[in-house]
Write a protein that binds this ligand. Structure first.
Ligand SMILES: [Zn+2]
Length: 121
């Protein structure tokens, strides 16, 4: 698969994410605080819905940033290279996630670093 195809895939996902993110943002925005028209139970319900929407919104925004970064790497000519060691990433990895940043080895090393005590084993 060539760069133009990866760009198309990334741009399509960005477009889908953008509308999903707007929906989640609206759901996460305001819980109606009017106590007279909203009962206690439905208010708790609304707050739970809002919390779910906020979690979803955070995930969508993280994904959006990853896609923007991948598109920037296509522009910069560094797409498909490990951001740590620069080795060419496995095509299968890029096909499963075009926003992948690291080769398997660097990813494993980073996982070790982020797990306290992992290096002591
Ligand atoms: Zn690497």
């Amino acid at each position: 698969m060539n760069l133009a195809e990866f760009r198309r895939i990334l741009e399509e996902e960005r477009a889908r994410l953008s509308s999903a993110r707007d929906q989640a943002r609206a759901s996460a925005a305001v819980v109606e605080l009017d106590q007279t028209s909203v009962g206690r139970v439905s208010r708790v319900d609304a707050l739970q819905q809002q919390a779910l929407a906020k979690g979803l919104l955070a995930r969508l925004e993280t994904r959006e940033r990853r896609i923007e970064a991948a598109l920037a790497r296509i522009e910069a000519g560094t797409f498909g290279q490990c951001c740590e060691c620069g080795v060419a990433l496995d095509q299968r990895l890029l096909l499963s996630d075009p926003t992948a940043l690291f080769c398997a080895e660097c990813l494993a090393e980073r996982a070790d670093i982020s797990t306290p005590g992992a290096r002591l084993r």
